[in-house]
Design a protein around this ligand. Structure first.
Ligand code: AMP
Ligand code: MG
Length: 302
């Protein structure tokens, strides 16, 4: 790491559950936990945060490369990272992927978005499609929606009987604990926007022709069930926040704070891995000599 981590760490400020009740209504979506006191305000504060996200993005890219390099060198721990992003519509999952995950090398990233299950997926256990989408060792995976939809939209829309979705909290905990044992660093993030902010973002999708493709009439139907979704999120976050797979709530009405917080969460989790580049697995001196010995050869007139 090139700079010190914040104290207290951003992740401690954003972590929910783990013995404490989750109360989303007590978390202001416009708040900015952990943001240092700045001498700048207004638009300058936003550009400061944007610049910091770019700077941290460079660090994340280097960390990701080291993670990959360790896997190539045969890291027995099978370490990899999985960022799970959940949000209401317009919550900013797409923007977060673009600005934060986008800083990393696409070769080491595995980004997967989950929509309504296909006919084939519906024929399997709800975790089937999730298992198939998991990042390989050395990779950073990003889930834009996830298995949590199976206790969120599925619950609110009564897509399966209650006893089926109720049993899923334990199944999810068991599944995620297994992943942690296999070397996964799990970071689960709920991007928390307000009802009012969603209205503004939906309106802008209607008025701006370049955003029409993002608008789905069904989003307004889901919006009418806002309290049901908040209740479903509250229970999912409460029941599935574990030490192996913690949940974080990122206030997301301000996009620049959302990206800033997410960049810090990733950075702090990478720091735990204490990554470094693996040493050469060959005789450096010998390889130098072999390479230079070829200098006498005339190739392409060189
Ligand atoms: P978006 O992320 O806005 O592109 O929308 C994806 C849609 O897929 C959302 O409306 C989700 O509720 C829906 N979705 C994702 N997973 C499931 C699932 N397991 N069952 C039903 N709907 C789902
Ligand atoms: Mg949507």
């Amino acid at each position: 790491m090139t700079a010190d981590l914040y104290e207290p760490p951003v992740r401690e400020l954003l972590r929910v559950g783990a013995g404490r009740p989750v109360d989303l209504s007590a978390i202001d979506p416009r708040s900015t936990p952990g943001l240092p006191a700045l001498s700048v305000t207004g638009p300058d504060r936003k550009s400061w945060a944007r610049a910091e996200v770019r700077r941290i993005g460079d660090e994340l890219a280097e960390q990701q490369e080291m993670l990959h390099a360790q896997a190539v060198a045969g890291d027995a721990a099978g370490r990899r990272m999985l960022l799970v992003l959940q949000a209401m519509d317009c919550g900013g999952k797409g923007g977060a992927v673009k600005r934060v995950a986008g800083a990393m090398n696409p070769l080491g990233l595995q980004i997967r978005a989950f929509g309504p299950p296909t006919e084939e997926e519906l024929g399997h256990h709800f975790l089937w499609r999730i298992r198939r989408a998991l990042p390989g060792a050395g990779q950073v995976g990003v889930f834009d929606r996830s298995h949590y939809e199976d206790v969120l939209v599925v619950r609110v829309e009564s897509l399966v009987p209650e006893e089926t979705w109720r049993a899923r909290y334990d199944e999810i905990n068991e599944f995620e604990a297994g992943l942690a044992d296999e070397g996964f660093v799990l970071i689960k993030v709920f991007l928390h926007i307000s009802y009012g902010e969603q209205r503004e973002r939906l309106l802008s999708r209607l008025t701006d022709p370049t955003k029409h493709w993002k608008y789905h009439p069904g989003d307004v139907d889901a919006r009418t069930k806002w309290p049901d979704y908040q209740a479903a999120y509250t229970e999912a976050l409460s029941r599935c926040a574990t030490d192996a797979a913690p949940w974080f709530v990122v206030p997301a009405d301000r996009k620049w704070y959302r990206d800033w917080a997410l960049a810090h969460l990733l950075r702090e989790h990478f720091a735990d891995l204490e990554l470094s580049y693996p040493p050469a697995r060959f005789d450096l001196r010998k390889e130098h000599a072999r390479l230079l010995a070829g200098d006498g050869l005339k190739v392409n007139g060189g």
